[in-house]
Ligand binder design. Structure first.
Ligand code: FRU
Length: 512
């Protein structure tokens, strides 16, 4: 009964929010135009990413009644193309076992849990319960794992009566289950973040779980708490089957706050074996605004697609200057595992489906080689995909790059320091900055330049996603100019490099 009252209460709030948000969406300056945002209220991690019956599901950590973190629900949206999203009602509400923290969802293809009744397969969500009463009482066993199922393509959800399915033996951080089916052992596997390492559990039926192994206490970066692990299977560029553990960390990222490190190795259904020595740390995105990324389940074997939360948990997620909503996701990205001289490395690019919102007819292409210092590539509303190719003359040209600017003299600078082998994003004068002491700074990434450089850049109202040399390096950054940036211009320090091609394509808004 209490549950029903709270549902009705939440539902009326939701309706209120909806009607408010439709108009707020049009007016708020920094609302991204082609990235997913909640209609109103707070959002953090993407959750329950699963593809089923022609729909990509995106659930997300959501507090509908405020724009800062609060009692966690799973918000819900679906897409047919990973790009245009339809908002659906909240999928999971907090209950007597706790708030609904991050987790994953799977299609129970063989009905191992027995939830499926008719033809429609059961979607099963596996998530963390965070018990606030326990937390207030100082109990460490505050987090446990629960499951819920849907028999109507994710539209309604029933929590399993036997929850929790994984109990806590006293680990303060014990959360964010990512579950996948392991065909060779015919078992479900779950990776769980347990403070400073990941634990793997296995199950025949999603209900009964057995601890199998631990990984990471002494591997990779440990500047903060390990959260949201994602162990997934990849077919690498050399045709080999490999496993990648993406492991979110907060704080402890190279440019501060939260970030994603990853490990490449093998998995036998029980334990993960790292290819690299334990001290080796690899980062998925060297910007500061890509966190809690996880991959979709239910995709074909050779496709791995990730989406992240485009903010920084540790540094300013709760204070960025938006009013009716907070946070966006990154663009969905295809990830490939390339065999390189240094070993296996993740490459990432926007999903090819982005084409559906590219205004191809309005593409501006230039393909003659030219000096480019001072060249203005574009003036007007900035909501674009930008491809640039350069021939680099490192002997005489020390730095190249581009800036987004407005007539208030605010700018975001993206630079390539050819002398010191560094890419950087400079937010020092990018607009609003009072909301955080660490926002308006320069972020850098080491990068060994060759003789050519290609860039793919996605620019929305308040974000930039930079993919260098076909996705070898990614940097994702948000910004909040007082007036929208409306100019892109190129610069060079020293002389000799040339621009060989530029392509600028407007991106259509996904907001209705
Ligand atoms: C990551 C995280 C998760 C947790 C969720 C709570 O951003 O802290 O570890 O499940 O957010 O909202």
């Amino acid at each position: 009964m209490r549950k029903n009252i709270s549902r009705i209460f939440h539902f009326s709030f939701f309706i209120l929010h909806l009607s408010f948000a439709v108009s707020a969406q049009e007016v708020e300056q920094h609302r991204p135009q082609f990235h997913f945002t909640p209609k109103s209220g707070w959002m953090n991690d993407p959750n329950g990413l699963v593809y089923y019956a022609g729909e990509y599901h995106l659930f997300y950590q959501h507090y509908p009644d405020g724009t800062t973190w609060g009692p966690m629900h799973w918000g819900h949206a679906v897409s047919k193309d990973l790009v245009k999203w339809e908002h659906l009602p909240i999928a999971l509400y907090p209950d007597s076992l706790g708030y609904i923290f991050s987790g994953s969802a799977v299609v129970d293809e063989y009905n191992t849990a027995g939830f499926q009744k008719g033809k429609e397969k059961a979607l099963v969500a596996i998530y963390t319960y965070h018990n606030m009463e326990y937390e207030k009482a100082g109990r460490k066993d505050r987090e446990s794992q629960g499951i819920a199922y849907s028999l109507d393509k994710g539209r309604t959800w029933t929590k399993y009566a036997g929850n929790p399915v994984v109990k806590n033996k006293g680990d303060e951080d014990f959360r964010d289950p990512k579950v996948f089916w392991h065909e060779p052992t015919k078992k479900w596997c779950m990776t769980l973040a347990v403070h400073d390492h990941a634990e793997i559990f296995t199950s025949p039926n999603l209900k009964d779980w057995t601890y199998a192994s631990s990984f990471g206490k002494n591997a990779g970066a440990h500047g903060g708490v390990w959260e949201c692990p994602d162990l997934s299977n990849y077919i690498a560029s050399d045709g080999k089957e490999k496993w990648v553990l993406m492991q979110n960390l907060n704080p402890g990222a190279p440019n501060g706050g939260s970030g994603v490190q990853y490990f490449v190795g093998d998995f036998d259904g029980k334990g993960f074996k790292n290819d690299n020595p334990p001290e080796k740390t690899m980062w998925f995105d060297l910007g500061t605004d890509n966190y809690a990324g996880v991959t979709w389940s239910g995709l074909p074997k050779n496709r791995n697609v990730v989406i992240g939360w485009m903010s920084n948990w540790g540094d300013y997620a709760q204070t960025v200057p938006t009013k009716t909503w907070r946070s966006a996701t990154t663009i969905a990205r295809d990830i490939k595992l390339l065999k390189t001289e240094a070993g296996y490395r993740l490459y990432q690019l926007p999903v090819k489906e982005l084409n559906v919102i590219l205004d191809a007819a309005a593409t501006k292409t230039e393909s003659k080689t030219m000096n480019f210092d001072g060249k203005v590539l574009h003036k007007g509303i900035l909501q674009h995909s930008l491809d640039l190719s350069f021939d680099l003359k490192k002997a005489t040209s020390t730095e190249i790059g581009f800036e987004l600017s407005n007539d208030l003299n605010e700018k975001l600078v993206v630079g390539f320091d050819l002398k010191n082998n560094k890419c950087y994003v400079d937010r020092t004068n990018s607009g609003k900055k009072d909301f955080s002491k660490v926002f308006a700074v320069v972020h850098t990434a080491d990068y060994a330049f060759g003789d050519k450089l290609t860039l793919k850049v996605l620019i929305d109202r308040a974000s930039i996603e930079l993919f260098v040399d076909k996705g070898k390096l990614a940097m994702t950054e948000i910004f909040f100019p007082n007036k929208d940036f409306d100019k892109i211009s190129l610069f060079e320090k020293g002389k000799g490099s040339s621009l060989t091609q530029s392509k600028l394509i407007p991106i259509k808004s996904i907001l209705k």
